[in-house]
Design a protein around this ligand. Structure first.
Ligand SMILES: NC(=O)C1=CN([C@@H]2O[C@H](COP(=O)(O)OP(=O)(O)OC[C@H]3O[C@@H](n4cnc5c(N)ncnc54)[C@H](O)[C@@H]3O)[C@@H](O)[C@H]2O)C=CC1
Ligand SMILES: N[C@@H](CC=O)C(=O)O
Length: 818
């Protein structure tokens, strides 16, 4: 059996033994720096770990630095060594005493004393020989302490010195010997307990201690994941994720919520301060999810790295590396150049121009390689500034933007990354903070990604989705909008990678799962988008009751649903306050007049300093269509079914006939105009006979003929006087300051402004201080699929515009503070 097969078999066996796939958690030094930090870590473990999981730890706080300084003293200043060792000892004793019971602490201090004896012996005899062994104490103490705390307070736990199993191949720097390591790991691991493993350290094939270099503990964690077949690794650190640039230098850097593996590797390769090139190396089959999160703010979602689909656009980031060398030689042309690129894992290269970019440490090796080719070489100090994103080398628009951002800079060349995920500018001088901020701003200024969830896929929802693909391609403001959720009353489809808009319905049919309220709410509170917009195209009161929760999460809402905007005064005011507090936007253009700009007109009048005194008119497309069409030649009930089939009625047409829908609209308009009112303040004439009021929708529709005689009589009586019947809504401000509001059937003369509408039209007549004698009229179709779906799209663009504007304000603020 070859080595790969051995590893596969052993991993499979281990996974069968484990109740669930192992999850590896790694805690960095800063996460374990003080007793308080360690308490937090214990809390995280309590909430996130299961038995058989593995916890990989770095040394507490700056213990490794202190060990290294002590080691230097051993080489240079033996006289101060004793006090340095005493300080190391004292720091550990304090942690032990403050975190463990007296009995366990005593045992731990005994172990510590024996370690101190050992290291003192090394340092005072031949320190050079034991440098790695000496540095290993940091991780050893950290793992032993945490494991003891967990055993006392959380669950059975044991600590593992990685040198007991992890073997690094001597010939290749830091490459793991998987076969032996796994075999030995299986001998030392203890099932049914939580293992705490030392990060950073390992042994070579001769059993000698070796360290895994800078940020070696992250590497240890992914090695452990690869050995055990873990599906998840969480790197708990002191930052809350990976950012679009180093946030210590670029204040406007944004957290990247989800990174495809390839992009993460590229970031690691090109200097990202959190991700390191080596960290991702062991995760070759890409089935492991890596998660970077803050142990200081562990409720906050961090960055997820994994095998993500690419429907949703990937975010761009900017990174840099100084102190590099540009090596130019004929040997870097053509195939030889490719060979050199590969051999030296160059940052970038150009085999037509004949150069590679390498680290300064590689100069000697490159010179030696070129000596055997007998060609000249020149080395020039350079830096690189790169923009990183999924396959950016294939995006001409990103390249053009990158070039524009650098147009005032001296740039040697812009090269494509050999891995396709970055464009790399080679600079003759170090990358300055100003340049980094400037380029980051230009590359990410429009890049706040907005998720879109559509609830209600009926008559209007379907049309809304049909219009979406064209809107996305034609409206630049929607550039970063991604459809991520579709919800009906029974099913839901959520996809963080985005749902292909042109196939939304088919995908919903195939992939939607049963609606699970808890699951949906938990997704909404952890969604990976910068902004989330929920479009409510349901007729559901229950769904409207979720708005408060949405607003608390900073989620924006567009409602065609009228329930929330016409709810009780207390609830409505609460919603407005919550939305304002959490900077959530709430638009409902279509709740009155479908796509008609009645809401904009009212807002404009208010902004102009006007005071609205009265609004009246016909606010129901359904009732407008019915009464404009009805002439007693066909039964009223037949027309009603016709209107339902055209999609202009409410799902239950009694909402229209009862006047409730119009009553709600009048309330919404009154609130827009600045009045405080509730539904019960509006007199409402119900046109549905009592006998039909309690039936199900289906029963009502089956018995709709019972409506006919009432409407025939009303029509004939009005016609006898040369008049017509219309359903009118009106509120007006009385001289005593009271608002008088009603909706109901009225008999109008044929030349009344509300009498001769195109069927389905709404008309709104506004009287105000500016428009008192000659009122303002807005008239047009007030219901129907196209106008309503269009009105919702208008709200969507409106919200995206406001969000872009908001983002520009933030960016400007960020730049000004530099
Ligand atoms: N028809 C029109 O001209 C206008 C309609 N509206 C409003 O648009 C909304 C939708 O109307 P239609 O599309 O005609 O209704 P519809 O009955 O055709 O579709 C409603 C959809 O909502 C879903 N739904 C119901 N309860 C839900 C819940 N709790 N959670 C998630 N989904 C739920 C249903 O599964 C269905 O897919 C209504 O609130 C209506 O008042 C607003 C302006 C004009
Ligand atoms: N049924 C309603 C639809 C829109 O709100 C109407 O007729 O106006």
């Amino acid at each position: 059996m070859n080595q790969v097969n051995v590893v596969e078999q052993l991993t499979a066996e281990r996974n069968q033994l484990a109740k669930q796939a192992v999850h590896v958690h790694k805690f960095g030094g800063s996460s374990l720096a003080t007793a308080q930090c360690i308490e937090r870590v214990v809390d995280i473990i309590r909430q996130h770990c299961q038995l058989n999981d593995l916890v990989v730890v770095s040394a507490n706080g700056d213990t490794t630095d202190a060990l290294f300084a002590t080691y230097q003293l051993a080489l240079e200043r033996q006289d101060t060594l004793t006090s340095a060792i005493a300080q190391l000892y004292q720091a550990q004793v304090e942690l032990i005493k403050s975190l463990l019971s007296a009995a366990t602490a005593e045992r731990m201090i005994d172990y510590l004393k024996s370690d101190i004896q050992q290291l003192t012996h090394w340092l005072t005899s031949t320190p050079e020989q034991y440098q790695a062994d000496f540095l290993s104490f940091g991780e050893l103490w950290s793992a032993r302490l945490l494991s003891a705390i967990l055993s006392e307070r959380v669950c059975p736990s044991y600590y593992l010195d990685a040198r007991d199993f992890l073997v690094i191949n001597n010939d290749q720097q830091c490459v793991v010997d998987n076969g032996i390591s796994l075999e030995q790991f299986n001998q030392v691991t203890q099932l049914g307990k939580l293992g705490v493993v030392t990060g950073y350290i390992s042994k070579d094939s001769a059993g000698k201690t070796c360290t895994l270099g800078r940020n070696g503990s992250d590497y240890s964690a992914t090695i452990m994941a690869s050995l055990t077949g873990a599906l998840n690794v969480t790197l708990w650190t002191d930052v809350d994720g990976i950012y679009s640039a180093d946030p210590r230098v670029v204040p406007t850097a944004r957290k990247l919520h989800r990174l495809p593996n390839g992009v993460a590797k590229e970031l690691g390769r090109l200097g990202n301060p959190v991700l390191h090139a080596k960290t991702l190396q062991p995760l070759t089959d890409h089935s492991t999810h890596l998660h970077v999160a803050s142990s200081f703010d562990y409720q906050n979602t961090g960055t997820e790295i994994g095998k993500f689909g690419q429907i949703a656009k990937q975010e761009l980031s900017v990174t840099y590396l100084n102190d590099l060398l540009l090596a130019q030689s004929e040997s870097f042309l053509g195939q030889q150049g490719e060979q050199a690129q590969h051999l030296f894992a160059a940052i970038c290269s150009d085999t037509e121009a004949g150069y590679i970019v390498i680290s300064q440490a590689q100069q000697k090796a490159v010179s030696q390689w070129l000596a055997s080719h007998d060609t000249e070489v020149s080395f020039t100090p350079v830096a690189i500034l790169a923009t990183v994103g999924h396959k950016v080398v294939h995006h001409g628009d990103v390249k053009a933007r990158f070039k524009r951002a650098l147009k005032h800079e001296q740039v040697f060349a812009i090269a494509n990354s050999p891995f396709q995920h970055s464009l790399i500018a080679i600079l003759p001088q170090a990358c300055s903070v100003e340049l980094l901020n400037h380029v980051h701003h230009d590359m990410t200024k429009d890049a706040r990604h907005i998720g879109l969830v559509v609830a209600g896929l009926g008559n209007i929802g379907e049309r809304f989705l049909q219009l979406l693909p064209k809107q996305l391609t034609q409206i630049p403001l929607l550039e970063n909008l991604h459809l991520v959720g579709l919800i009906s009353s029974k099913k839901a489809l959520i996809n963080n990678d985005g749902i292909e808009v042109s196939q939304a319905f088919a995908l919903f049919e195939q992939e939607a799962k049963n609606y699970d309220h808890q699951l949906l709410m938990s997704w909404l509170s952890n969604h990976p988008y910068d902004e989330l917009i929920v479009v409510d195209i349901t007729p559901s009161e229950a769904f409207s009751l979720l708005y408060g929760e949405f607003f608390k999460q900073g989620i924006h809402v567009i409602g065609a649903n009228k329930w929330a905007a016409s709810s009780s005064t207390e609830h409505y005011n609460d919603l407005l306050t919550t939305a304002q507090q959490h900077k959530s936007l709430w638009l409902g253009n279509t709740t009155v007049g479908a796509g008609l700009p009645i809401n904009y007109a009212i807002q404009d009048l208010i902004n102009s300093g006007d005071q609205i005194i009265e609004i009246s008119g016909i606010f129901s497309g359904t009732l407008s269509w019915l009464f404009e069409t009805y002439d007693n030649s066909v039964p009223f009930s037949q027309l009603l079914l016709d209107a339902l089939a055209q999609g202009i009625t409410e799902p239950d047409p009694r909402e229209d006939l009862s006047g409730r829908d119009v009553q709600r609209k009048l309330l919404i308009l009154a609130r827009m105009a600045g009045f405080e009112l509730s539904l019960t303040d509006i007199d409402c004439q119900n046109l549905v006979p009592e006998a039909l009021q309690q039936l199900s929708t289906e029963e009502f529709l089956a018995q709709a003929a019972a409506l006919d005689s009432y409407f025939a009589d009303a029509y004939l009586q009005a016609a006898d006087q040369g008049c017509c019947i219309r359903y009118i809504a009106k509120f007006s401000l009385q001289d005593n300051g009271q608002l008088c509001a009603s909706v109901g059937l009225a008999v109008l003369t044929e030349n009344d402004a509300f009498a001769n509408l195109t069927p389905c039209d709404n008309v709104f007549q506004i009287r105000s201080h500016w428009y008192q004698d000659n009122p303002l009229l807005i008239r047009g179709p007030g219901a129907g699929r196209d106008v309503t779906a269009g009105g919702l799209h208008s709200d969507l663009v409106n919200i995206c515009r406001q969000l872009v504007h908001r983002q520009q304000q933030v960016k400007l603020k960020g730049i000004n503070t530099l």
